[in-house]
Design a protein around this ligand. Sequence first.
Ligand code: NIG
Ligand code: FE
Length: 420
Amino acid sequence: MSSTYLFIKHANELLTLKGHSQQPAVKAAMNQLHVINDGAILMKDEQIVAIGETDELLSQFHQEINLAEIIDASGKVVMPGLVDPHTHLVYAGSREEEFNMRLNGATYMEIMNNGGGIHATTTKTRAATIDELKEESIKRLDRFLIHGVTTIEAKSGYGLDWETEYKQLFVAKELNHLHAIDIVSTFMGAHAIPVEYKERPDVFIDLIIDEMLPLVVEEELAVFNDVFCERGVFTPEQSKRLLLAGKNLGLIPKIHADEIEPYGGAELAAAVGAISADHLLKASDEGIKKMAEAGVIAVLLPGTAFFLMEAAANGRKMIDEGVAVALSTDCNPGSSPTASLPFMMNLACMHMGLTPAEAIYAATINAAHAIGKGHEIGSLEEGKKADVLILDVPNYMQTQYLYGMNHTHSVIKAGRIVID
Ligand code: NIG
Ligand code: FE
């Protein structure tokens, strides 16, 4: 079969995010965007073949460009497809009535401890068929795609029993093949203490360790192992036991850490060598230092703070302390039912003290590293996957300045135009 060429020319600003494929960007590097004016990219099949100024590529790749489909990006920004490193993609139903309860004064944890919250979605997800879960999740994936997201992580965790955890992971795996968006899976059996184990959380952790983790690995259902480490959910000791057991089997630790109160989650992430610690609204100074030393990526979820009406995590401090910061929607039915990663970037600028350049790093190459894919996606460089986002704004500052709007003009996934 002959090769397919795609050529983007005359980008007003082409943001490459280059130079960080091995390690995420930290400190001042997160604020230095490499911008090519009048930029161009040549793609062959799924990959980027060349990137540079339009004139340069036109003269060097004359033959290939003659065969290529051409996109004129005059007046537009071209950048890597966005990467969302923390979503709860596969679940059934919605929880708008809880949103209303919260607006009337109830707290997120109160609702959960009264059988709502994660438990409510667990009941619905247990009852849903594979086809129903697929249908709901495809709708969410489509929403991600129109916001320029080309790869996401997806967690299980609304089963809390093997049958349903398996169902969620199975659906994510199928959708990875069916949908344009690439999906990397995380097992999160320890998302809540199931009602059946309310008084016996350690027995539930044993069950996950002894029965579920080996099956996740055997059936190649996930790359990461995550836990909700929070008072009233799983303790740091239980979380540690679980994460180390998974690590022994080859599952890379991730952790929902210090969301509601400082609870040693950031410190634990550093101690177990987690790839990321996520949330961190209440992370301690010591925890942040330890994350920087251990190279744990902070996945910050400004939409969750926004939707729960809490103060956002201190992204500015984390970057200044040398932690690699990434951004995510946390897309889930309770604390952040959104697929708009661009809006998360806006919130990160307005509520976490990030600059527009830092927000762009956090939602591309650093996000890719948070799911172990920095070598493959997250920047526009020769040999990397051709996941490209074209935005209908003339410069990258406007992506944040014109906030709360979707600037997606087109999306290219693996060298194929998927949004036009
Ligand atoms: O990341 N914090 C725990 N889990 C999710 C919320 C899940 C839900 O409310 O359904 C989160 O915020
Ligand atoms: Fe989450």
